[in-house]
Design a protein around this ligand. Structure first.
Ligand SMILES: *[C@@H]1O[C@H](CO)[C@@H](O)[C@H](O)[C@H]1NC(C)=O
Length: 175
């Protein structure tokens, strides 16, 4: 019974997410739950965002920490690095516009579509996509990186408070 209910809810969310011009967005850095910019996803002034599932990229990408501000960067260098873990959200156009601005698209980041593998839920009943299924979503990545960034350690799952000690912070000059 519960399972049928979950399947129906997941169908509705998926259908609603595409039919009413909502978008799937994958976030893997400071916008994730528990990370320093997550509040932006929750701020109704930015638009609407609903967490659908935890996922990881089908392809490998280098997710590195760079600049004086310790920003996480997902480098557009498919096939190196790791399958990056993150969260998939259903967002409205307003939130997508906000995120484009937040990620400085197209100057710094580009927004492209990638394939993601849905992972098992964390027991909070928020996984509305089927674990193991492949979904498409927008992802922000950059081509504007310094070649030496490719030598940096890569992270499978970004955590600003991790062992690396490279906590994210805002500065006026990230260089
Ligand atoms: C990587 O860059 C190429 C060339 O600009 C582009 O075609 C491709 O969509 C980019 N991939 C991602 C994941 O952004």
């Amino acid at each position: 019974m519960m399972k049928v209910f979950i399947i129906i809810v997941s169908l509705i969310v998926n259908v609603v997410c595409t039919v009413v011009h909502m978008h799937h967005v994958f976030v893997y850095g400071t916008l994730k739950k528990g990370q320093p910019n997550h509040f932006e996803m929750l701020d109704a002034a930015n638009g609407q965002a609903k967490l659908l599932a935890r996922t990881r990229t089908v392809e490998r990408f280098p997710l590195v920490i760079a600049t004086n501000n310790n920003y996480p960067f997902l480098l557009n260098k498919t096939g190196t690095g790791q399958r990056v873990h993150g969260e998939i959200y259903c967002v409205d156009q307003k939130m997508l516009d906000f995120l484009d601005e937040f990620e400085d698209v197209p100057k710094l980041y580009q927004r492209t579509t990638v394939q993601l593998e849905v992972q098992a839920g964390d027991g909070e009943g928020e996984n509305t996509l089927k674990p193991g299924s492949i979904v498409e979503a927008f992802m922000y990545s950059t081509n504007k990186y310094k070649p030496e960034w490719l030598q940096k350690p890569t992270y499978e799952s970004y955590d600003t408070y991790g062992d690396h000690g490279l906590q994210y912070h805002e500065d006026t000059n990230p260089e």
